[in-house]
Design a protein around this ligand. Structure first.
Ligand code: ADP
Ligand code: MG
Length: 750
């Protein structure tokens, strides 16, 4: 992979007067270091131990200034951090080998300053020279001592030493230390202050806690956030990167220190975490390993995403050039060469921020517009614009849509997307405007009630007491209240509905039998006056005749329907009367108008014969009488028009009322028939079931069926045979068939 890198490893030799020249040799390219250990001839031991080693690294820093060391080791890594790659620099080696010198440097002299202050400087220099004014730098300084995390900058936080328990936390964005203070710095000086503050805290802690600084790991982290703006499209991004600068604890072997007690324990810890670090490095160097036990120690856990291969990693092995330390030197060089085999794949840490993206998109839009303009000019469409429509353009589209709706134009040309949208918008406007108009027109004539507005419906019921007694006809919400409305007398509606208005509750229609009957109550009476069939001679008292029963029905359960019927009829009558009055009036006006027209014609004739008076503007001058006639005619015309309009309205209302009356009549009859059957014709026990609280609702039982409940089908057939068959034997199949049909009808119900 192109971006694949290896950990860069360097060895830095501490300058010493006792440099073991015979033991340590450097290659000519300053990339190899060879170690020779002479066999101790005096001991006379011939051992097969290896005595020569050659280590190849990325660079050997020998007698190198701090500046050159920085340039060799850190400069590139820091500049890559500024474009989004995380970087880690570690110093490894025995105590006194120059790790702290390399990392922090000697604080006494400026030119002896180490990697950390130089890195800070480089970052801030980049900030100053950058065209991106939005670089933020933050800093944290962590110490790991005996598996305990210390915030070396906790004194810088407002509440002093934070008592929050720190912990290493894994999250999708990487590893971070919970509770570690991170400080924003805007100048190089602020950052250096933090470094020195941390160094001081390190020393104080060493003193008070009686700990040995060489046994702790220190991690100085620089967090960089760059927001690139106003750049070309691909540059709009937010970079988040960090540089870990790690001063590891001394790597010396335990045996050599001769430590005891507390120091021994510390040494064990150091070795433990360093040996875990070594194990991890071995694991990372092995491409077949997929599990890396980072969590084994705090150090390895903290370094998880700094060693894990997604960042630039540099190792500096600090060695002493003295012969006595050759074992430690060898061990450090071995560590460094192992480290060298770790492959890394630095990942760019960039996200795109909204604001910047908006800016970039704006730029992109400008570019695309230019592109479009060029395209249009090539296809001769340069008249088309893509800017938001102006008011004039919108007005133009509006009138086009209106013309289209009126049929004045057949089609609307499609010009561009904005125009198409505007056309649809105009259509929508027209539709909603018309909806409003229709509603307003209805409202001017009717009081509209939302059928789901139960309060309003209840109010209607209140105005019409007893309304709830019409369960089958009107109040099955879904009942047809327009009928109710028209059946109300004006008195009932006083204070509730606007005068002369009707209630409309749009609902399902009544289930009315087909066919309009045009008889009035007299016809009903005539129909009902047919004698009631005396089908049940066994009943103790014969049922009342239908006209009598009908009167009773109208008094009792049919009272509401009957009242509505009567009221509908009276409204119909009133409308008819009014209609004829208006018609008469219109005829009268018409005659009067004709008279005036004749008179005017006469006047005109007369004027014509006498010669016309014309004023200076050429207008004919008429006399007062003629003028009055014209005015009168005008008034009459107006009156005629309004009378005619009223007549038209009345005609429609009459038609409607007539329909209502017919429906009411049908309902009245059918209700009465049901009531009559259920009250007088069906057996007593069935009647019981029909009483309030009984299990059958009125109108539900098929009366024909009930009527033959007491007569067995077979009996009936036999009786029929007795009466009919002897006379005409051929009629058997006929009657059989008829009986079947009857039975079908019976079971189907009325
Ligand atoms: P470590 O941190 O590895 O224990 P130090 O950085 O404290 O070692 O070094 C020990 C001493 O050696 C310090 O006084 C330091 O100034 C000095 N020293 C180390 N490396 C160099 C160097 N490259 N040039 C000059 N002095 C050095
Ligand atoms: Mg040190």
């Amino acid at each position: 992979m192109g971006t694949e890198k290896r950990v860069h490893t360097f060895v830095r030799v501490k300058p010493t007067a006792n440099f073991a020249q015979d033991m340590i040799k450097f290659g000519p390219d300053n990339k190899t270091i060879d170690i020779y250990i002479k066999k101790d001839a005096k001991k006379g031991v011939v051992n097969n131990r290896q005595t020569d080693w050659s280590f190849r690294l990325d660079g050997v820093l020998h007698n190198t200034s701090q500046e050159l060391a920085y340039e060799t080791v850190a400069k590139k890594l820091v500049s890559e951090a500024l474009i989004g790659y995380n970087g880690t620099i570690m110093c490894y080696g025995q105590t006194g080998a120059g790790k702290t010198y390399t990392m922090t440097g000697a604080t006494a002299e400026y030119k002896h300053r180490g990697i950390i202050p130089r890195a800070i400087q480089q970052v801030f220099k980049a900030t100053a020279h950058s065209v991106d004014p939005f670089i933020t730098v933050r800093i944290s300084y962590l110490e790991i001592y005996n598996e305990t995390l210390f915030d070396l900058l906790s004194t810088m936080t407002s509440n002093g030493t934070s008592d929050m328990q720190m912990a290493v936390v894994d999250c999708p964005q990487g590893v971070y230390v919970k509770g570690l203070s991170i400080h924003s710095v805007s100048h190089e000086e602020d950052a250096l202050n933090l470094l020195f503050e941390g160094e001081t805290n390190r020393m104080i802690a060493e003193h008070t806690l009686n700990k040995n600084s060489s046994r702790s790991h220190c991690i100085f982290t620089i967090y960089i956030e760059v927001r690139s703006r106003f750049r070309v499209f691909s540059d709009v991004k937010c970079i988040n990167s960090k540089i870990n600068l790690i001063d590891l604890a001394g790597s010396e072997r335990l045996s050599k220190t001769g430590s005891e007690g507390q120091v021994l324990k510390e040494a064990t810890y150091i070795n433990k975490s360093l040996s875990f670090l070594e194990q991890i490095i071995i694991a990372l160097a092995d491409p077949k390993r997929d599990h890396i036990p980072f969590r084994q120690s705090k150090l390895t856990h903290v370094l998880k995403d700094s060693l894990g291969g997604n960042c630039n990693t540099v190792l500096v092995a600090n060695i002493c050039g003295e012969a006595v330390h050759v074992e430690e030197t060898l061990s450090s060089l071995r560590f460094a060469t192992r480290m060298k085999w770790i492959t890394t794949e630095p990942v760019l840490n960039e996200t795109y921020d909204r604001e910047g993206t908006v800016k970039a998109l704006e730029k992109e839009i400008i570019l695309l517009k230019q592109e479009l303009a060029m395209h249009d000019s090539l296809v001769n469409r340069s008249f088309v614009t893509y800017d938001p429509l102006t008011d004039i353009q919108i007005a133009g589209i509006k009138s086009q849509v209106h013309k289209y709706l009126k049929g004045a134009i057949d089609e609307i040309d499609i010009v561009n997307i904005r125009q198409v949208r505007e056309v649809f918008k105009q259509f929508k406007l027209i539709v909603s405007q018309q909806e409003r108009e229709v509603e307003a027109r209805l409202r001017s004539k009717y009081a509209l009630i939302d059928k789901n507005d139960f309060a309003a419906v209840a109010a209607v019921q209140k105005v019409m007491p007893g309304a709830s007694a019409w369960p089958r006809i009107y109040l099955r919400i879904g009942f047809s209240a327009d009928r109710i409305g028209s059946s109300l007398s004006g008195r009932d509606l006083d204070g509730f509905l606007p005068s002369k208005s009707r209630v409309i509750i749009s609902t399902k229609d009544l289930d009315v039998k087909e066919g309009v009957r045009s008889q009035d109550t007299a016809n009903i009476d005539a129909e009902l006056s047919k004698p009631a069939p005396v089908e049940d001679s066994q009943r103790p008292s014969s049922p009342p005749s239908k006209p009598v029963a009908f009167e009773q029905f109208k008094e009792e359960c049919g009272s509401e329907i009957s009242r509505i019927f009567k009221e509908n009829k009276s409204i119909l009558l009133a409308r008819k009367k009014r209609s004829s009055t208006v018609a008469q009036r219109i005829n009268f006006i018409k005659r009067e108008m004709e008279g005036i027209k004749k008179a005017l014609e006469a006047q005109k004739q007369e004027r014509w014969q006498q010669g016309e008076y014309v004023d200076e503007k050429g207008q004919i001058i008429i006399d007062e009488q003629e003028f009055l006639l014209i005015m009168k005619l005008k008034d009459l015309k107006e009156e005629y028009r309004s009378g005619y309009a009223e007549l038209q309205d009345l005609k429609a209302e009459i038609q409607y009322c007539q329909h209502l009356v017919d429906q009411c009549r049908n309902k009245l009859i059918s209700e009465f028939e049901i009531w009559y059957s259920e009250s007088f014709l069906i057996p007593k026990d069935v009647r019981e079931a029909l009483k309030p609280g009984g299990n059958i609702r009125p109108g539900m039982i098929p009366i024909n069926r009930v009527m033959c409940l007491e007569e067995d089908e077979q009996d009936r057939f036999e009786r029929m045979q007795e009466t009919t068959l002897p006379a005409c034997p051929a009629s058997v199949s006929f009657y059989k068939a008829k009986m079947k049909t009857d039975q079908k009808v019976i079971s189907a119900g009325p």
